[in-house]
Design a protein around this ligand. Structure first.
Ligand code: XMP
Length: 319
């Protein structure tokens, strides 16, 4: 019988056979796939696994701490956290082209990952959260994290004596199977059913040039939106939902003052395959609460808009 428990047992046996007593390195993003790989490998090979988690300053609110709490503190996984916000933001300074920003973020990630990998002695394997759809789609399109690390591996930035072989225990699985396995391994439901988050993170949700001030505002707005979606049961009824920072200013009145501040767009979509998507018909009351909270609680925002564009013709992300 093909149950999540069987898939886990089988994957553990295969990983043990594949890597033996060797050390394995994993880039942990906090997303579902790499998290499930971390939990699986930790169960299979314990301390032979070292994860590298790069905080690029473009993560969601408190995401870095959550990843460390769950994996390092609760599960005892060996995780190296690299706080690289300043490095990423420095390299992004002055750049406003979406694809150029993606490239900078991807390359900086690889640079840091290589650096950290080089500090660990005798690593033989690089684990990746590649899942079956990644295998099929790997020909083109916007890059997912699998591609980023894959190019890292192929580029061979690592020292020659560290040519790593790949361990990809989810390679034959679909997303829903990966989620089942995550639950089976004891990962919390909230994390296993999390919406997807792009590799470049808030870097492509801050239109144009990325600045720390913008990222901080966006993180707060996004957290409010997500909190309200969860509170009203809409999080699980949408496939992806997030806030976008628009670097334009708009006039508003708050209390006795007039203010001239930034605009936040919120977006929520429903989709099966992310190739086409419908904007979620969220209740007006929910939109109203989100808008009021964002404007009242975040001093740098004067206006909130809801994105009612379908895909196609619009994409899900704004950049
Ligand atoms: P679009 O915007 O192309 O998004 O309709 C479709 C899905 O892909 C995600 N996405 C990305 N994921 N790196 C990623 O890892 C990227 O550069 C990237 N761009 C878009 C997007 O969040 C959505 O789930």
């Amino acid at each position: 019988l093909w149950t999540p428990a069987n898939i886990v047992d089988d994957a553990i046996a295969r990983v043990r056979e594949q890597v033996g007593g060797d050390k394995v390195l994993l880039g942990l993003s906090g997303g579902v796939d790499s998290s499930v790989v971390a939990a699986l490998l930790h169960r299979a090979i314990g301390d032979q696994l070292t994860c590298v988690f790069v905080d690029n300053g473009l993560l969601r609110k408190q995401e870095g701490d959550q990843v460390m709490d769950m994996f390092a503190r609760n599960m005892g996984v060996r995780v190296i956290r690299v706080d690289a916000e300043a490095l990423f933001l420095g390299k992004l300074r002055g750049e406003s082209d979406p694809e150029a920003k993606r490239k900078i973020i991807g390359n900086t990630f690889i640079e840091i990952f290589d650096d950290e990998a080089g500090k660990i002695q005798d690593v033989k394997w690089l684990a990746q959260g590649t899942i079956y759809p990644d295998v099929i789609e790997s020909a083109g399109g916007k890059t997912g994290k699998a591609h980023v690390i894959k190019s890292h591996h192929n580029v061979g930035g690592l020292p020659d004596d560290m040519a790593l072989e790949l361990v990809e225990p989810l390679r034959e699985l679909f997303k829903d199977e990966v989620r089942q396995i995550g639950l089976e391994l004891g990962l919390p439901r909230d994390m296993v059913f999390r919406h997807p988050f792009p590799g470049p993170g808030l870097g492509v949700r801050i239109l144009g040039e990325v600045k720390k001030e913008y990222a901080d505002l966006l993180r707060d707005a996004d957290a409010i939106f997500i909190e309200e979606l969860r509170r009203t049961g809409w999080y699980d009824k949408t496939s992806q939902a997030f806030a976008v920072f628009l670097p334009v200013k708009s006039v508003g009145v708050v209390g006795d003052g007039r203010r001239y501040e930034y605009v936040i767009a919120i977006r929520a979509v429903q989709t099966v395959d992310f190739m086409t998507a419908r904007w979620a018909h969220l209740p007006y009351e929910l939109l109203e609460t989100v808008s009021n909270r964002i404007i009242n609680e975040i001093s740098g925002v004067s206006r909130v808009t809801y994105d009612i564009s379908g895909k196609p013709p619009a994409t899900i992300e704004w950049e």
